[in-house]
Design a protein around this ligand. Structure first.
Ligand code: FAD
Ligand code: FES
Ligand code: FES
Length: 498
């Protein structure tokens, strides 16, 4: 492999970085090396959004840019190789002028102490460039990853609604100023990025550390077989925190984000296949298209910047007991395509986890893709996330169901839960209690009692063991009533519905 320096575009210039610690974050590089301090650090763990920047890369068709807001505090610098980085300093066309988003923030009093403001501006900028006229819900969703202690959010939302009115003709010659629409195509920017395309992967060495970013799956398999002690990095929304919060030293990292085959996302008549490096933002709409009952779960998964970087594969491989995608994928009967050297195998997801943070991967083995069976029109699929906050929160309990009825008899029922055991797992006693039974209150109460055999939850800061068990029983009752049309499918937070 070749290529040991990182190259990316910033304000029209190619920045080339040599001899850098590959786990240095984009935020550290901006603030400490470039002294570009508009981008702030609040939490250094992807929660507050003060560090939000936008990255642009060439889209799949190769003719336009795709723009995504990300959290620079948990992104390692090599991951922006070959991309354009847009920070809050990039937006204003001249020192005395403001970007339309910034002007809308000023005019609507969207900033008080100002610490969160660059992050909000960048999230709004991403929305401005990618959505024509967002609804109130789309604005809320776009800002789900930004926290403000001062404004109460109302003025920021007003700015989001007003930002499209702010451009004037003179500024429309500047691509950054143009809102979503006909003037979107930035040919010069695409050409500049195309010139950075690598023919061989990246291999960075620094002070005894290595960072590999191969371009194809065979190279990835070979490097990982030779370095089974390397940390696989996908979106970094878990791994990044190992460095910024746990101060772990990652001696060898192998990055999935440049491997063409791992970025594949395809829909066949039998299944959806999601490559291990496909981001949650790209995977979720395709899955929800077939399984609309998962929409709420995916909308409440973290925030847009986390979903723009994080992958479905990373969520599964990380294997947190409160990982949100696994209950749904388990009830759908998803399987994992795994590879070790040249050997491939397929494993049902519900056989993947052995114990807390112990899974079925052998040394040198990695996840290639997730296979999700195509939707059965006769099955009802639903997932519920129960957490303290509506947006950007970790589940206390997460459930998923797949139900098929023959008349009012249960012909097939699957249920899986997160937050109730050391791993996400199926509720097999509950499933057995409902198999072949009449789908009614009496059967549901028996199934609720069976849930006590399936799970022995722990108490922690999110919920006590007792509350967790009662919550999952009530969520199952709720699912039953939804299927009866007695209640709307809605979302749950402690004390708040929306
Ligand atoms: C602020 C914040 C909010 C979050 N909210 C949620 C939430 O609401 N719900 C939720 O479930 N999670 C949440 N997470 C956790 C995280 O975003 C997810 O787990 C995400 O899907 C991880 O994907 P990633 O690509 O970032 O993985 P990474 O961090 O890159 O990797 C995660 C793990 O997977 C391994 N890995 C990655 N790819 C492969 C592969 N191909 N083969 C083998 N191993 C691999 C890595 O080595 C590592 O062990 C949140 C995280 C943050 C920081
Ligand atoms: S500093 Fe808080 S999300 Fe990055
Ligand atoms: S303006 Fe002070 S934190 Fe938002």
């Amino acid at each position: 492999m070749s290529g040991s320096s990182i190259r990316f575009v910033l304000d029209g210039e190619v920045i080339e970085v040599h001899d850098v610690d590959p786990t240095r974050t984009v935020l550290q590089f901006l603030r400490e090396d470039l002294r570009r301090t508009g981008t702030k650090e609040g939490c250094a763990e992807g929660d507050c959004g003060a560090c939000t920047v936008v990255v642009a890369e060439i889209n799949r068709d190769g003719d336009d840019l795709s723009l995504k807001a990300i959290n620079s505090c948990i992104q390692f610098l090599p991951t922006i190789d070959g991309k354009e980085l847009i920070t809050v300093e990039s937006l204003a066309p001249a020192a005395s002028q403001l970007h339309p988003v910034q002007r809308a923030m000023v005019q609507n009093h969207g900033s008080q102490c100002g610490f969160c403001t660059p992050g909000f501006v960048m999230s709004l900028f991403a929305l401005y460039k990618t959505s024509a006229r967002p609804s109130r819900q789309e604005i809320d969703d776009a800002l789900a990853g930004n926290l403000c202690r001062c404004t109460g959010y109302r003025p920021i939302i007003a700015a989001a609604e007003a930002m499209y009115e702010q451009g004037d003709e003179e500024r429309r010659s500047d691509w950054l100023q143009q809102p979503f629409g006909a003037l979107q195509k930035p040919e010069a920017r695409v050409a500049r990025l195309a010139a950075l395309t690598r023919s061989e992967g990246l291999d960075i060495g620094h002070a005894g550390r290595r960072f590999f970013a191969p371009l194809d799956i065979d190279s990835f398999a070979t490097i990982y077989s030779r370095n089974p002690d390397a940390t696989i990095l996908a979106g970094g929304t878990d791994v990044g925190l190992w460095v910024t919060k746990q101060h772990r030293e990652l001696e060898k990292v192998i990055y999935t984000g440049r491997v063409a085959e791992l970025a594949d996302l395809s829909v066949a008549s039998t299944h959806i296949e999601v490559g291990a490096a496909v981001t949650l933002s790209d995977a979720m709409p395709v899955i929800v298209d077939q399984y609309p009952g998962l929409d709420e779960l995916f909308r409440r998964f973290a925030s847009p910047p986390i979903r723009n970087a994080g992958t479905l594969g990373g969520n599964i491989a990380n294997g947190s007991p409160i990982g949100d995608t696994m209950p749904a994928l388990m009830v759908l009967g998803a399987s994992l395509v795994l590879r070790c050297g040249d050997a491939m195998r397929e494993l049902p997801l519900d056989e993947f986890y052995h114990d807390y943070q112990v899974n079925d991967l052998a040394p040198g083995e990695f996840l290639v893709s997730v296979r999700i069976p195509a939707a059965d029109p006769d099955a009802i699929v639903r997932s519920q996330k129960w957490s303290k906050r509506f947006d950007q929160d970790i589940s206390a309990v997460c459930t998923a169901y797949r139900l098929k009825l023959d008349g009012d008899t249960v012909s097939s029922f699957r249920m899986a839960c997160g937050g109730l055991a050391a791993v996400v797992k199926r509720a097999t006693h509950c499933e057995a209690a409902l198999a072949g039974k009449t789908w009614n209150d009496e059967s549901i109460e028996k199934a609720c009692r069976a849930l006590q055999q399936d799970f022995t939850p722990i108490s922690d800061m999110r919920a006590s063991a007792d509350i967790r068990l009662r919550a999952v029983q009530n969520l199952l009752r709720r699912f039953f009533h939804e299927t009866q049309g007695n209640v709307d499918s809605t979302v749950y937070t402690y004390g708040r519905q929306r």
